[in-house]
Design a protein around this ligand. Structure first.
Ligand code: ADP
Ligand code: MG
Length: 339
C-alpha cells in the first residue's frame, strides 16, 4: 500500500449539508466523537484526508468523488435521510461508483440488520440462536405456543437498543401483546420476539476479511441489578450515564472465562462472521449461559469506532493502538472484493 493515500471520510448528517460544510464545531461534540477520533488517526497516519457529511443528497457525494478523487472512502455513514435502514444502500452506491471503501458491504449489512434472517442462517448451521417469531405490522398479534416465556420483544431492524426497555421483557400474553403493539405503533417497525436467554452479556470484536483476528472479549456487567431481575442492555443501559451509575452498569474486559470456553467463543464468532458475509470489522453480541452455552444475539458490522468504545478498547488490549487499528481497517477496505 502506498504510504500516503487520499482518504475521503464519509459521515452521515441529521440535516441537509453542503459540499464544503464546516463541521469543526460539531466535531468537538460527543455526537461526533467517532468521526473526530478517526480523522485524528488518519492525520497521524499522514494521509491526505478530506471529509463529507451527507444527509439525503447523493449528488453531493458524486461531486466530491469527482473533485477529490480519493483512493479509498472511510465509511462512517450509517444512515440516510435520518433512516438507519439505508446504510446498505449507501454502500451499494459506493460499490457502484467503483471506489474502495472501509467496512462491510451491502449484503453483510442487510443480513445483520434483519434480526430474523441472520438467525435463520445461523440456526441452519447449528449455531445456537434464541427461538423467535416475527410479527409484521398489521398482522394479528398472537404468541405461538412453542415460544416460551420469558420473551424479549424487539424491533426487527433497529440498532443501538432503540425500542428496548425493561418493558420489552414480557412474561404473560397480555404483556406480550401490549409490547408488540407498542413497537408496531411507536417505532413503526415489525417485531421479533425472542426467548430470553439468561447469561453473561459478551461483546466480541473481530477484524479481517479472510484471516480473522478475534480481540479480547468485553462484557457488560450489571453490578447493582438484583440477581432475579432481567439483565438487558436497554436503551438507557447504553446511553444514560445516570442510569448506568444507579444500576452499576459497566463495560469491562470479561474475566474468568476458561480457555476452552474462550476458544469455543472465538471459533464460533469467526464462523458467524463468515456466514453473515461480514467484511472489515464487526462486534458480535452474545450471551453465555450458566452452563457455558454460547448464544448468538446480534452481529454489528461497522460498530462504533470511537477510541473509548468496546471495539477500539478490545483492539488496544490486543496491542493494536488506535491509529494502527484505523490503518488496518483502511488497508482491509482497499483490499476487499466487492460485488
Ligand atoms: N434473546 C435475548 N435474550 C437475552 N437478552 C437479549 C436477547 N435479545 C436481546 N437481548 C438484550 O437486549 C440487548 C439489545 O438487543 P440487540 O438485539 O443486540 O439489539 P440492538 O441492535 O438494539 O443492540 C442485548 O444486548 C441484550 O442485552
Ligand atoms: Mg446489540
Amino acid at each position: 500500500m502506498r504510504n500516503k493515500l487520499r482518504v475521503l471520510a464519509l459521515f452521515d448528517a441529521t440535516a441537509p449539508t453542503t459540499i464544503d460544510h464546516d463541521l469543526s464545531s460539531e466535531l468537538k461534540t460527543e455526537d461526533r466523537k467517532t468521526e473526530a477520533n478517526v480523522l485524528a488517526a488518519l492525520d497521524e497516519l499522514g494521509h491526505s484526508t478530506e471529509h463529507l457529511a451527507i444527509f439525503d443528497d447523493l449528488d453531493l457525494l458524486r461531486q466530491k468523488l469527482q473533485r477529490f478523487e480519493p483512493d479509498v472512502i472511510f465509511n462512517l455513514a450509517d444512515q440516510f435521510n435520518n433512516n438507519s435502514a439505508f446504510d446498505q444502500n449507501i454502500v451499494s452506491f459506493l460499490a457502484m461508483q467503483g471506489v474502495p471503501f472501509t467496512g462491510c458491504g451491502s449484503t453483510g449489512l442487510t443480513l445483520c440488520k434483519h434480526k430474523a434472517i441472520s438467525k435463520k442462517i445461523l440456526g441452519y448451521h447449528r449455531i445456537h440462536v434464541p427461538a423467535f417469531v416475527t410479527i409484521a405490522r398489521g398482522k394479528r398479534i398472537a404468541r405461538p405456543r412453542r415460544l416460551k416465556f420469558p420473551i424479549l420483544v424487539k424491533p426487527l431492524k433497529e440498532e443501538a437498543s432503540l425500542g428496548i426497555a425493561q418493558a420489552s421483557f414480557v412474561e404473560t400474553d397480555e404483556q406480550f401483546k401490549e409490547r408488540v403493539q407498542f413497537i408496531h405503533e411507536s417505532y413503526d417497525n415489525d417485531v421479533i420476539a425472542e426467548e430470553y436467554i439468561e447469561g453473561r452479556e459478551l461483546y466480541v470484536s473481530i477484524l479481517g476479511n479472510h484471516r480473522l483476528e478475534v480481540f479480547p472479549i468485553r462484557e457488560l456487567i450489571f453490578k447493582e441489578v438484583p440477581p432475579d431481575e432481567p439483565k438487558i442492555a436497554t436503551y438507557k443501559a447504553k446511553w444514560d450515564e445516570d442510569y448506568r451509575k444507579r444500576w452499576g452498569l459497566q463495560n469491562q474486559f470479561a474475566e474468568g472465562l476458561d480457555p476452552g470456553v474462550l476458544s469455543n467463543i472465538a471459533d464460533r464468532c469467526k464462523r458467524i462472521y463468515r456466514l453473515l458475509t461480514i467484511d472489515g470489522y464487526a462486534r458480535l453480541d452474545l450471551r453465555l449461559t450458566p452452563t457455558h452455552e454460547v448464544y448468538f444475539i446480534e452481529a454489528n458490522p461497522n460498530p462504533i469506532l470511537a477510541a473509548d468504545e468496546d471495539f477500539a478498547q478490545s483492539a488496544m488490549k490486543a496491542n493494536v493502538p488506535y491509529s494502527q487499528l484505523i490503518a488496518r481497517i483502511l488497508r482491509l477496505g482497499l483490499n476487499t472484493m466487492r460485488e
